[in-house]
Design a protein around this ligand. Sequence first.
Ligand code: GTP
Ligand code: MG
Length: 253
Amino acid sequence: MNSDNGLKKTIRDCDFVIELVDARCPLIYHYPSLTTYCKNFEKEFLVVVTKCELIPDYFKKKIAKKFNEEGINTMFVSSKVKEGILRLASFLKSKATDQQIKVLIFGLPNAGKSTLANALIRRHSAGTSPIPGHTKGIQYLKMSKKVMLWDTKGATQIKKKYSDIEQALFSKKHEKVYFLIQKLLEVNNGNLRTYGIDINECKKDADLFMDLFAKQKKFIFKNNIYDIKRVKEKIISDWNKGKLTGWWIDSYE
Ligand SMILES: Nc1nc2c(ncn2[C@@H]2O[C@H](COP(=O)(O)OP(=O)(O)OP(=O)(O)O)[C@@H](O)[C@H]2O)c(=O)[nH]1
Ligand SMILES: [Mg+2]
């Protein structure tokens, strides 16, 4: 489902659409055309904000307000600490009347779609990974007699253009991790301060941060050159799992 036509076809075939966004940078995960397609096909649509154990309450309010301004309803969950899962499951069940409903879980890579699907069905059925692009095609998972979940592949090529930070988050190659670090240094609200590097020492310089991180983790080649590839992989993996965090509302860096 990497094209709008593929997406439209899938929307037409399902009954309810969940767009899953990461609580830490929800607008980066939001794909506005999805809302339009759901309206056109008269499908009910809900933004589910996940990994929400990683953000403070004031930021949840900000997210809800931002989506509400566009007429979009939100629900907050954490598949990790099982927050809001029962509420979402009951909500989906309430949407099924006499017929089974098919619920599409749409989201950009690594949003946490498969983890959410597993939490909703209460068993580990869909494969999950901190490396984007894990799920291939669509996985059909039975949540209850009346609710069928469609766990989809992360929509890697759905947007026409990706900003540097989006490339850092969604690409399997970790070339642009610098931009994520730069953003985290700029917002300075997550756990970067306690992540192991002296923030004052790196002086808001993302390259210097990565060098210090390499040194601390001993990601160094024999000839004393930093192994920046390993640094990037570790940072993205920690970010995806939520070991590294920070939050912002805007969609561009
Ligand atoms: N902290 C935290 N991590 C989560 C949560 N949900 C998922 N994750 C982590 O996010 C990473 C991606 O999860 P997946 O469920 O594989 O994501 P996906 O959207 O299915 O990814 P693709 O299939 O590759 O598009 C994994 O490392 C999960 O453990 C959550 O609620 N909190
Ligand atoms: Mg998946």
